[in-house]
Design a protein around this ligand. Sequence first.
Ligand code: ATP
Ligand code: MG
Length: 356
Amino acid sequence: MTPLPPNSTIGILGGGQLGRMTALAAANLGYLTHIYAPEADSPAFDVTRFYTCAAYDDLPALAAFASSVDVITLEFENIPIATLEYVQRFKPVYPQPTCVEVTQDRLLEKQFAHSQGCNTAPFMPVNSAEDLAAALQQLSGGILKTRRMGYDGKGQWRLTGDEDPAMLWWNIQQPCILEGLVDFACEVSVIAARGIDGTVVCFPVTENAHRQQVLHTSTVPASISTATAQAAIAAATRLINALQLVGLLAVEMFVSRSGDVLINELAPRPHNSGHWTMEACQTSQFEQLVRACTGLPLGDTGLLTASAVMQNLLGDDATHAPLLQNPNARLHLYGKTESKPGRKMGHVTFLTAQHR
Ligand code: ATP
Ligand code: MG
């Protein structure tokens, strides 16, 4: 495919920080962006030539948006599939709606991983109090997760197995899965990119530490063996190829105490655990997404520093001054006006060695 020429417009569905950083990367490559999001205070609206503030089921607004752009991508995987299919009538959508559909549902996602020969935590579908009772017994407790719409630990309940399933189900009443607890050595992720021509490039494996089920730090290189790193990259490559996904696929994984890789979650978009690529990699994950969906060649993903640590700034942690005194800190604030405890307000990447 001939790449989209400079001054073409990339439509982005979703207006959060991932859309904001994608729009900035698009601008660096000479593209315009048009952000479509329902929230009036979307952080991405501040950095784009065009934006539409409308609901995901507003067909006239979607039609006007899709007609005004050259290609469409997304920064949020829970955009309704009907919305993606509708805008696809006008312009190509990368990643394709069929890929996004798999990643919207934890059950489909896990079944897909198994279909590709990847392992996951043990899991059982839960659609009733009876299912929940049976699953709690079989898996000896675990984490109950809604199949859809969960993020940052929302829609999840840690269970010991001693709870009353009828009472729990009364409060939940939506399709779930119960996952057995994995006694992992560490958590890692791999962000894979696939171009329109089918080329796949992966970013180096990142090690992720969570606090209260929210990502706290991402570190490269991950403290895992070469064999485990190769297995993680191979799994991400297999999954993105099997989906034939154009764009980015972020693959969250658990590394077992014996070094095996288990797939936790898939996200068809830039990922919080890849923010360090902005300063510590030849190509950032945001630029890579822009390259993938405009038909440009994918960028090199080699490291520019010996190591890097990204830390999320949540709620009132997002203060500038002390961080800016550290010459190795690279600060990104997302321009969110309302700070709430636990809300992702920005991030900082510490480069632990000088650029080459
Ligand atoms: P995010 O949006 O941050 O990716 P999420 O709400 O989609 O989070 P998960 O990725 O499923 O949820 O879980 C969040 C974190 O909770 C995981 O990164 C891990 O630390 C812990 N966790 C989830 N499932 C399990 C499990 N089966 N065993 C052990 N820990 C788990
Ligand atoms: Mg997760």
